[in-house]
Design a protein around this ligand. Sequence first.
Ligand SMILES: Cc1cc2nc3c(=O)[nH]c(=O)nc-3n(C[C@H](O)[C@H](O)[C@H](O)COP(=O)(O)O)c2cc1C
Length: 313
Amino acid sequence: MCQYSSDESGLVKDWHISHYVCRAVGGVGLIIIEATSVDPDGRISPNDLGIWSDQHIEGLRKLTDAIHKNGAKVAIQLAHAGRKSKAASSPVAPSAIRFSEDYHEPAQLDKAEIAKLVEHFSEAAKRSVLAGFDAIEIHAAHGYLINEFLSPLTNKRDDEYGGDLEKRVRFLKEVVESVKAEIPSTMPIIVRVSASDYYEGGNEVEDVVKILNLVPGIDLVDVSGGGVMPENHVKAFAGYQLDNAFKIKKGTGLPVIGGGLITTYPLAEYAVNTKCDLVFIGRQLLREPYWPLRAAKEADVDLEWPFQYERAK
Ligand SMILES: Cc1cc2nc3c(=O)[nH]c(=O)nc-3n(C[C@H](O)[C@H](O)[C@H](O)COP(=O)(O)O)c2cc1C
């Protein structure tokens, strides 16, 4: 989850180390770090983490070492915000349609620029391997660049990158392929999707199943939703994105991460028993970094605690 705690450089700061290490100590199995931009103009907001240059590797390496020492695995979320970048003075997008009054109108990408962006993702993947990450998550959700290509609401192109679903998926396909070429064959690729745009005329979960089935090389799907349009029509309740995760699991045969407002162990357990393979815990882990330890204790599950805390177990 974005920490807004770097600066123009996009480098890892002390905050990132403290924040993520606390979650590792707290018993999180896999930490997927915040949207980390493959391009300075792809940052969601100006103080996001970056991985657009080799200078970013050292700080990210410190971060992965510190997380590993405390018993968790760690993935990086590779991202480009497209038309929703608040850091770019001239944001880019598949089509020149602005998100809202509060955002700049983006410039429509030409094919050479698209190819360059695919390269940015693959270079970022190469750096992620050097920085010691266990997995790569490609951010194709929440109305950011890749999602903008996927959604008919934001992609009005009439070349090979827009139009029907097979064409709208091309950018994601190229990104996954180029990332895969740069990482060990044992390193998983996770793709985070918005299963629904929650908006008339946008993608629904059935479309997203078709999209994912057109992209070879995905190991795990992280199922979220929304973000393409400024207003969306979703009712959020505990576990509200689990049904979409299940539909994607069934429709693609891929393992999925599901969630949405999960704050209790019984709901997380129900989710992995009936809907998905892993659960994501977002805001609850902002409130309470040691939530997994507490949840395990309450459920009488014998989780290994840091030895320093054993007497509190
Ligand atoms: C402060 C904040 C930052 C977030 N940053 C990201 C992000 O960088 N990447 C991402 O995929 N989702 C991000 N999200 C969305 C969460 O990952 C998650 O999908 C959402 O909060 C719903 O899950 P929850 O109900 O467990 O919090 C963010 C959410 C919040 C509240």
